[in-house]
Design a protein around this ligand. Structure first.
Ligand SMILES: NC(=O)C1=CN([C@@H]2O[C@H](COP(=O)(O)OP(=O)(O)OC[C@H]3O[C@@H](n4cnc5c(N)ncnc54)[C@H](O)[C@@H]3O)[C@@H](O)[C@H]2O)[C@@H](O)CC1
Ligand SMILES: [K+]
Length: 214
């Protein structure tokens, strides 16, 4: 069953109100995404670049960074903006854990340059919160992904693809694999040419959180 982006936000909020906090959803999302990636790539000693936006799509990417470090990948996180501007408590919580991990290289700001060639890029730039034309530095990150010659993994939806309508913004990323969460959003499967292999993974939200919404 496919659901709308509004239904997803309502289910998320209801689950949170039930006490299954968003930080746990984010943890399960990042963990499920890493499990799917591991089916394709042996990440040990691989250079993994994670682009993280300032919203919760980025937060999922931060969770992935921690899990991938546990599999001995060489992880670099590029936060697209200033850490003080991270929007949500759950993303902030994950950023502060990464700050205590010397096994993950943290970069942040409005521009970037890397002294390594990534084997995998994780697109945690934009998810269901997308609106309007893609602004900088997100636009440059999406262009970087599309120009790179490596495996590309999209968190929830390739950035620039509207998960509700299936329409693309002025700039959009193309992935080899996309893992969306809880249930498939209506717009995503319309663009399998951008998602690559596509999965919807459960993230522990109680089914009761759907009551009255679906
Ligand atoms: N809904 C759910 O149940 C869950 C959602 N999760 C993740 O949370 C994501 C949604 O998080 P958010 O609502 O924080 O939204 P996003 O993280 O998708 O994006 C919001 C951020 O992007 C900026 N933005 C929006 N449009 C832009 C544009 N065109 N150019 C540049 N910046 C733009 C906004 O200013 C905001 O900072 C999902 O895609 C998913 O990855 C997960 O943590 C698991 C649970
Ligand atoms: K994304």
């Amino acid at each position: 069953m496919e659901i709308t982006v509004d239904q997803m936000y309502n289910i998320e909020n209801k689950g949170h109100e039930m006490g299954f906090l968003k930080k746990f959803m984010m943890e399960n999302a990042g963990a499920a995404a890493v499990r799917r990636l591991l089916e394709k790539i042996d990440v040990e000693s691989k250079n993994i670049l994670i682009f993280a936006g300032l919203g919760n799509n980025g937060g999922d990417g931060l969770v992935m960074a921690r899990h991938l470090a546990g599999y001995n990948a060489k992880v670099t996180v590029m936060l697209l903006g200033s850490p003080e501007k991270i929007k949500t408590e759950e993303s902030n919580w994950n950023w502060s854990i990464l700050q205590k991990m010397s096994s993950v290289k943290l970069m942040s700001g409005d521009s970037f340059e890397f002294n390594f060639k990534p084997d995998v890029i994780i697109d945690g730039i934009l998810g269901t919160g997308i609106s309007g034309d893609i602004r900088e530095p997100y636009a440059s990150a999406i262009n970087f992904i599309n120009e790179a010659n490596c495996y590309k993994f999209a968190v929830d939806v390739p950035s620039g693809l509207d998960p509700q309508t299936g329409e693309t913004a002025n700039i959009y990323a193309k992935s080899d694999m996309t893992v969306t969460f809880h249930k498939m959003k209506q717009g995503i499967p319309k663009r399998k040419d951008l998602t690559g292999e596509l999965y919807a993974e459960k993230i522990g939200i109680p089914p009761e959180a759907e009551v009255g919404i679906l």
